[in-house]
Design a protein around this ligand. Structure first.
Ligand code: 13P
Ligand code: SF4
Length: 339
């Protein structure tokens, strides 16, 4: 059983996801103007939410925008750890999330107590936490990373230092493979959405479409299979790209492929199709929809702006301890990933 199998997960309610129309968008924009609010949306949000936002991007790009913004209020359309990260970086701003219950099965896969126990087993190790973690876990962390800069973050650590990488086992395996380091210990957590995009599905889809490029998020269970396929020559190596959501957009803008198979959460297809309308983007698993991301509905975004809820709070002492690790994350790696 995976560490996240016991977690109760919300169901996506299709009734709340109908196109809300131009009047809704006009009211959202007007309320945001009155509050001096910037609207940030992750690439996995519903298309209507992405289209009304000021910035759409990956978790690293949106963290950078939150840190640099001069708006009074940040409305974070994403999951709770992302809004919490914005509050850690911008403690004097009001940070709102349209539904505070929008969690993350990956962030739930390690607690601060579990991390303290793991650190005690490896004294002197450097703790690298993926940004998909709670503020309590970040406060126990030396440096945070996202899928865009995980490799650069680990490469910035002296080669003779042990590293504790958490919580995602697939991203951890990717980092071990790319850096060639065997002193990176990886926590066995996973995202249930990405773990559901498995190697067998990817292999079958790649075989059906031998000319297609493959864009694979490193959190996917199929990331290893994608590299294996490239290694055996079943798929030419230059057609397999392991990318963060922001990296997928950059790659789409320069790709010459007719078809791209996309192995990540299906919300990503909206930005990819906008970035490169001439390419046929197809989901490797059409059911890979994050129920937490889809809790942010048009109605809840409007409620957030009308009523100022749900406000995100992080205790100042905890935020101060987490801030050093988060700041290191936004300093390492190439800017980008959000527009
Ligand atoms: P990115 O860092 O690529 O935006 O991914 C965030 C996430 O939650 C992946 O599931
Ligand atoms: Fe968390 Fe997975 Fe949803 Fe990303 S897709 S927010 S990692 S549950």
């Amino acid at each position: 059983m995976s560490p996240t199998d016991t977690v109760a997960r919300p169901q996506v309610d299709p009734g709340t996801h109908a196109d809300p129309g131009p009047e809704w968008a006009a009211e959202v924009r007007e309320l945001a103007r009155r509050r001096n609010a910037v609207l940030l949306a992750h690439n996995y949000q519903l298309p209507a939410i992405q289209d009304v936002a000021d910035h759409v991007g990956d978790s690293l790009g949106l963290s950078r925008i939150a840190a640099a913004s001069d708006a009074e209020t940040i409305v974070f359309c994403g999951v709770h750890f992302m809004a919490e990260t914005a509050k850690i970086l911008a403690p004097d701003k009001t940070v709102l999330i349209p539904d505070a219950a929008a969690g993350c099965s990956l962030a739930d896969s390690i607690t601060a107590d579990q991390l303290r126990a793991w650190k005690a087993e490896h004294p002197g190790a450097v703790v690298v936490s993926y940004v998909n973690t709670t503020a309590e876990v970040k406060a126990e962390t030396d440096v945070c990373c996202t899928s865009s800069n995980a490799v650069e973050v680990v490469e910035s650590i002296p080669a003779d230092r042990e590293v504790l990488f958490l919580p995602d086992q697939f991203l951890g395996a990717h980092v071990r493979r790319v850096t060639g380091r065997d002193n990176v210990h990886v926590w066995a957590g996973e995202c249930h959405v990405h773990a559901g995009i498995n190697g067998a599905t990817l292999t079958a889809r790649a075989a059906e479409d031998p000319d297609a490029e493959l864009f694979v998020h490193p959190e996917c269970g199929c990331a290893t299979s994608a590299l294996y396929l490239a290694g055996t020559g079943a798929v030419p190596a230059d057609r397999v790209k392991i990318l963060s959501t922001g990296g997928m957009l950059d790659a789409a803008r320069t790709s010459t492929a007719g078809t791209v198979l996309v192995a990540t959460e299906v919300g990503m297809l909206h930005q990819l199709r906008r970035a490169a309308p001439e390419i046929d983007f197809r989901a490797v698993n059409e059911r890979a929809s994050c129920p937490y991301m889809k809790m942010i509905t048009p109605a809840k975004l409007l409620r957030a702006l009308r009523e100022g809820r749900d406000e995100v709070h992080v205790a100042p002492d905890l935020a101060a301890r987490a801030r050093t690790a988060v700041r290191r994350m936004i300093e390492i790696g190439q800017p980008g990933g959000a527009e």
